[in-house]
Write a protein that binds this ligand. Structure first.
Ligand code: DAH
Length: 339
């Protein structure tokens, strides 16, 4: 038995020296120490040993077992350390290597133009405000002198959500919301999206953008309106561009006008850019209607104001020579990166 024990110990030591990884070690552990293992088997033979030799044999068997267990633990630790080291080497990263580039986006051409226009008005002392795109019928129409059943509503092809709630067809309702707050004097612009149920083509889109302007103070005149808007056009298109005001009709301004610029290509003679007109319409404007002021609880005998509204898409299309409105909404980065 003694020889057998020594034999097991010698073999185990030899095998342990050659163990390369945790799996091999585990296999060896089972071969030795498990219920069917060599050391367990030999302990069962203890019954065959003469009773006087048993204590000695038992002690020897325990020593062998303990020694082997100690060696197992040591090898296990060594293997663990090697595995850890290998893992660190495998996961090593070179922090000096260039990273993966994220493609940079660009500011959308409509947003670029909106910012440019806002900057011009900001420099004149205007404040930028915004209003809801989902709007009440009252603000979009009624408060702007367009009562129910008024034919002017037909021009707007409105998206209704309920009888009372709609997608705003113009930024003009922001005028009412600002005047209702009655923090006078008022000098605001309100850029934003507007909606009309138009079929999509090169010049029509159910979503487009406007910038609204409103000034209310004591003694505001048509002269202020013209001066302000002419200065705006000079900043946008240069000192020399010719402008004209044409009488027009809007429900919420009286008098009302449209402002044109002389066609920059033909300078008024008429060409394909201005469709033979010689002039290009830029915006609608007028003096805020008395009834609109009254509805907002502003005394029209004490205060007066002017308002204007312009479409962003047309300005951006001319600026960037874009001939199809649909391109703005297609989100094709190849298109967007040109501007
Ligand atoms: N809201 C008008 C439209 O969408 C544009 C407009 C005209 C706005 C005259 C104004 C204004 O503030 O005074 O057609």
């Amino acid at each position: 038995m003694q020889e057998k024990l020594r034999e097991i110990q010698k073999n185990a030591k030899k095998q342990l020296e050659n163990v390369k990884n945790q799996e091999e070690l585990e296999k060896l552990r089972i071969e030795l120490f498990s219920k069917k293992g060599a050391l367990t088997a030999i302990m069962r033979e203890m019954g065959a040993v003469a009773p006087e030799d048993r204590p000695k044999m038992g002690a020897l068997a325990n020593t062998v077992r303990e020694e082997l267990e100690g060696e197992f633990a040591q090898i296990k630790q060594k293997l663990n350390a090697t595995a850890q080291e290998a893992k660190i080497i495998a996961e090593k990263i070179d922090v000096t290597m260039p990273g993966a580039r994220r493609p940079l986006g660009k500011i959308h051409p409509l947003k670029q133009v909106e910012r440019e226009l806002c900057d011009i008005f900001l420099a004149m002392g205007f404040t930028v405000v915004s209003g809801p795109e989902v709007e009440r019928d009252y603000y979009n129409f009624t408060a702007l002198n367009i009562p129910e059943n008024h034919p002017a509503r037909d021009d707007h092809d409105t998206f209704y959500i309920t009888d009372e709630i709609l997608l705003r067809t113009q930024t003009s309702p922001v005028q009412i919301r600002v005047m209702e707050q009655k923090k006078l004097p008022i000098r605001i612009i309100a850029p934003g999206r507007v909606y009309r149920s138009d079929a999509v083509d090169a010049t029509h889109s159910p979503i487009f953008h406007q910038i609204e302007g409103l000034v209310v103070d004591r003694g505001i005149t048509m002269g202020n309106l013209k001066g302000c808007l002419e200065e705006f056009i000079r900043q946008l298109y240069g000192e020399d561009v010719k402008t004209r005001f044409r009488p027009h009709h809007f429900q919420f301004t009286e008098p009302s006008a449209e402002m044109d610029i002389a066609c920059p290509k033909c300078e008024g003679k008429g060409c394909s850019v201005c469709k033979g007109e010689g002039w290009i319409e830029i915006l609608g404007a007028g003096m805020v209607h008395r009834d609109v002021l009254l509805r907002c609880d502003i005394n029209p005998d004490e205060y007066s104001g002017f308002a204007f509204g312009l479409g962003l898409e047309r300005i951006a299309m001319r600026r960037f020579r874009i001939n199809d409105l649909r391109l703005f909404h297609e989100n094709d980065v190849r298109f967007l990166h040109q501007f």
